[in-house]
Structures are given as structure tokens and as C-alpha cells.
Design a protein around this ligand. Sequence first.
Ligand code: HEC
Ligand code: HEC
Length: 136
Amino acid sequence: MIHKKKITTLFSLAVFVLIGAAASLPQKNGRNLQVLPKDISDQMLDSIMQSYNKALSVSCNFCHSPAKAIFPVAPAAGSLDFALDNPMKETARRMMQLTIAINKTYFYFDTASRPEYLKVITCKTCHQGHPFPPEN
Ligand code: HEC
Ligand code: HEC
């Protein structure tokens, strides 16, 4: 009897550990960088993403898809799967490449900085707070 109880306890513990692991997956392994440097710090990545929100006057979900359930855990309401790709994210990647290329080609004065982090031309230069840049 005692033995059976132990096994039940161990089994429940294992289930909890698995649920915990599944729940933390989207955050922990949430990188799929193809344009930004792969060794970028969390802080730098976050501040760049915040700058996109501001430049286009959008929220993170403009480019990032809703998180899917990872059985048996349903995602928290409104949570996003940042690593998942979608067409808007791909468009944004091309925009990032364009912006980096302009800075790297024409404004790479401070070679101590990485071209991906130059801010002479930014999303805001063209977008001015709109998803589609206004025609002047
Ligand atoms: C204009 C579109 C856009 C907006 C808005 C945006 N992101 Fe991103 N985000 C991207 C793109 C594109 C990538 C992938 C960059 C790459 O491939 O180097 C990315 C990558 C990420 C990643 C790493 C996952 C990955 O794909 O490598 C995280 C985390 C992330 N964004 C969080 C955020 C957060 C938090 C916000 C809101 C504060 C936000 N993003 C707003 C476009 C956007
Ligand atoms: C040189 C000017 C310029 C810069 C710099 C620029 N963009 Fe754009 N972007 C545009 C133009 C123009 C369009 C509209 C293209 C069209 O009409 O299809 C656009 C469209 C987009 C779209 C699609 C919007 C939609 O609703 O379909 C996204 C997303 C975007 N840009 C993100 C960015 C991000 C993020 C950056 C900075 C990394 C950036 N852009 C930098 C000019 C620019």
C-alpha cells in the first residue's frame, strides 16, 4: 500500500515537472533570430522591439502571433509566441535588413558599434508613427 502511494506521488511529481517544462518552453527557447546578432542581450532585443512599437504605433501582436497551447497547458490570455514566424514578421525582417544596409553603407562612422545597432536611420525615420509610412 505504502509502495503504491510512493509511486503515485512520484508520478504526480513527474507530471508537474513536465507541465512546468512545457509552460516555460516558449519563453526560454524563444529565439529564432535571422537578422539581429544571435548573441544579442535580452535588454537590447527588448529595447529594439519597443522601438518598433513606437515607430509604427503598434503593439507587439502586430508582428507576433498568439501563443498556441502546448498540451496540457493552455497559453495565458493574450500571450504571444515570439519565435514563431508569420508574413508580417518576415516583412519586418526585410525592413530591418533595409535599415541596417542603409546605416552600414552610408552612416557607418562609429565602427565600434555593430551595424545592426546603428540608429542614424531608424524605422521611425520613414514610418513616423504609422504602420505604413505617410506620403509627404
Ligand atoms: C514591426 C514588427 C515587430 C514588432 C512590432 C515587434 N517585433 Fe519582436 N520581432 C520582430 C522580428 C522581425 C523578429 C525577428 C528578428 C530577427 O530575425 O533577427 C522579432 C523577434 C523577437 C523576439 C525573439 C524571437 C525571435 O524571433 O528570434 C522576441 C522575444 C520579440 N521579438 C519580442 C517582441 C516584443 C516583446 C515586442 C513588443 C514590445 C515585439 N517583439 C514587437 C518583429 C517585431
Ligand atoms: C526607407 C524607409 C523605411 C524604413 C527605414 C523602414 N520602413 Fe517599413 N515600410 C516602408 C514603406 C514605404 C512601407 C510600405 C510598403 C508598401 O507600401 O508595401 C513599409 C512597410 C512596413 C511594414 C508593413 C506594414 C503593413 O501594414 O503591411 C512593416 C511591418 C514595416 N514596414 C516595418 C518596419 C520596421 C520594423 C522598420 C525598422 C527596422 C522599418 N519598417 C523601416 C519604409 C520604410
